[in-house]
Ligand binder design. Structure first.
Ligand SMILES: Cc1cc2nc3c(=O)[nH]c(=O)nc-3n(C[C@H](O)[C@H](O)[C@H](O)COP(=O)(O)OP(=O)(O)OC[C@H]3O[C@@H](n4cnc5c(N)ncnc54)[C@H](O)[C@@H]3O)c2cc1C
Length: 399
């Protein structure tokens, strides 16, 4: 291939693959793909990572400036390399990017950048996998690890009237910092971690007014209580029954998080773990509680629709109409796996892979997925664990 081999090693410097034949292709050079490639290599399996961007860690490079991990440094490291102590307990975005670059170099991973994989098929003889990639490439692999990311494609709800709306609207994926919003009135839509953090960033960064539109009040956790990271609890209770975790989390929240009902954020009716299973992981507080109590972030009803005209208006679920200088939609992402693997019958009704980690679908043996779960114990930790399971499973198959 004629592409740049960023963070790759000359062929002569690499150990000979223990398994002859085609490499394992890993699609995506985010934390999940890098960890999987390392774990495969550690077992003597040649893994080639295909990345559509021009550098590793593309998702992390695009996150907003203020972002820090809400999982601890130690429990966010990928296998085979610690995140440096100097990054502190809550690793900043830029340090995470540097860590991913170092990770790829340190482990001498074989990465081909600038290659997007469009579709994955079985080879005609059914023994391997054929990847259709940009530039007309057709690549044959002995197995494939899909690591294209849970937060793949920014998603906007199908709001009525959106096409006629004349105001400024962007997805949270395009938000970098509060500078363009100084002195302006901003409506942030969606109270997940991203929406909560952006609302606080805007309030602290000089926006004149910040409203946060909330459909379902989220569970809010202190990132750390008396030095005990919320993630530790997530790890400890991960295998306990859902109902028990819901009760424990409810008690813990009452003891550590003030009641914000008067400010428009009642405690949720559904338990924390039950909600997490539905895909709504709790909001880690990095200033939302204080901002809501101080009134610098105002909670308003969910967005129902948009109206055209000058100025355009946002219609909320309580019937009120809001005029605002900018709308920032923190409304999540689509996995966008349909074109890549949808034809292989490996996705469920929500477009999520039916297996992850070391499991491979019976109808698509040798196809693996990592990074499509969002557990309360932390996704980076999960990616690190899945990497080892995938490598073990692939080694078993190839043997
Ligand atoms: C704002 C934010 C904050 C987060 N904070 C934390 C945290 O504190 N702790 C934690 O544990 N988790 C956190 N996560 C969740 C998770 O750890 C990250 O999203 C992480 O980057 C997931 O890694 P990944 O490799 O699965 O996906 P990504 O990092 O998204 O990497 C996927 C890669 O695949 C590439 N790609 C996609 N499609 C193709 C294709 N068809 N062909 C080739 N390449 C392709 C992309 O360019 C990208 O480089 C956070 C997520 C977000 C969005």
């Amino acid at each position: 291939m004629a592409d740049s081999h960023s963070a790759s090693t000359p062929a002569s410097a690499r150990p000979a693959p223990a398994f002859a034949g085609h490499p394992v292709y890993v699609i995506g050079a985010g934390p999940g793909g890098l960890a999987a490639a390392y774990a495969l290599r550690a077992r003597g399996i040649r893994a080639v990572v295909l990345e559509k961007a021009d550098r590793v860690g593309a998702s992390w490079r695009g996150h907003h400036d203020r972002l820090r991990l809400h999982t601890t440094r130690r429990l966010s490291a990928l296998p085979g390399l610690a995140i440096p102590r100097r990054s502190g307990r809550w690793v900043a975005r830029d340090d995470m990017v540097r860590y991913l670059e170092t990770y790829a170099e340190h482990h001498e991973l074989e990465i081909v950048t600038g290659v997007e994989v469009f579709r994955v098929d079985r080879t005609p003889d059914g023994t391997g996998w054929l990847l259709h990639a940009s530039g007309g490439r057709e690549l044959t692999g002995s197995a494939v690890v899909v690591a294209t990311g849970h937060h793949h494609t920014p998603r906007l709800p199908d709001w009525p009237g959106l096409d006629d709306y004349t105001g400024e609207l962007l997805h949270a994926a395009a938000y970098r910092n509060a500078v363009p919003y100084a002195g302006r009135d901003v409506l942030v839509v969606g109270a997940g971690n991203t929406g909560a953090e952006i609302a606080v960033d805007l309030a602290e960064g000089g926006a004149a007014r910040v409203r946060l539109a909330v459909r379902t009040a989220p569970h809010i956790l202190r990132r750390s209580t008396l030095g005990w990271a919320a993630q530790y609890s997530g790890v400890l209770v991960r295998r306990l029954p859902v109902g028990l975790v819901d009760r424990l989390a409810g008690l813990f929240a009452k003891a550590t998080v003030p009641d914000l009902t008067a400010h428009g954020l009642p405690r949720p009716d559904t338990g924390l773990c039950s909600r997490a299973r539905q895909g709504a992981i709790p909001v880690q507080d990095v200033g939302l509680i204080d901002a809501v109590r101080a009134g610098t972030v105002e909670i308003v009803a969910a967005v129902d629709s948009f109206e055209g005209g000058h100025p355009g208006k946002v219609v909320l679920a309580d019937g009120s109409r809001v005029e605002t200088d900018a709308v920032i939609a923190a409304t999540g992402y689509a996995r966008a796996l349909e074109e890549l693997v949808g034809h292989l019958d490996v996705l469920d009704g929500r477009g999520m892979p039916v297996v992850h980690g070391g499991h491979t679908p019976a109808q698509a043996p040798g196809l693996y997925f990592t990074g499509f779960t969002d557990p309360i114990s932390g996704m980076l930790r999960e990616l690190a664990l899945d990497a080892g399971k995938i490598a073990k499973a692939v080694a078993g198959r190839l043997r």
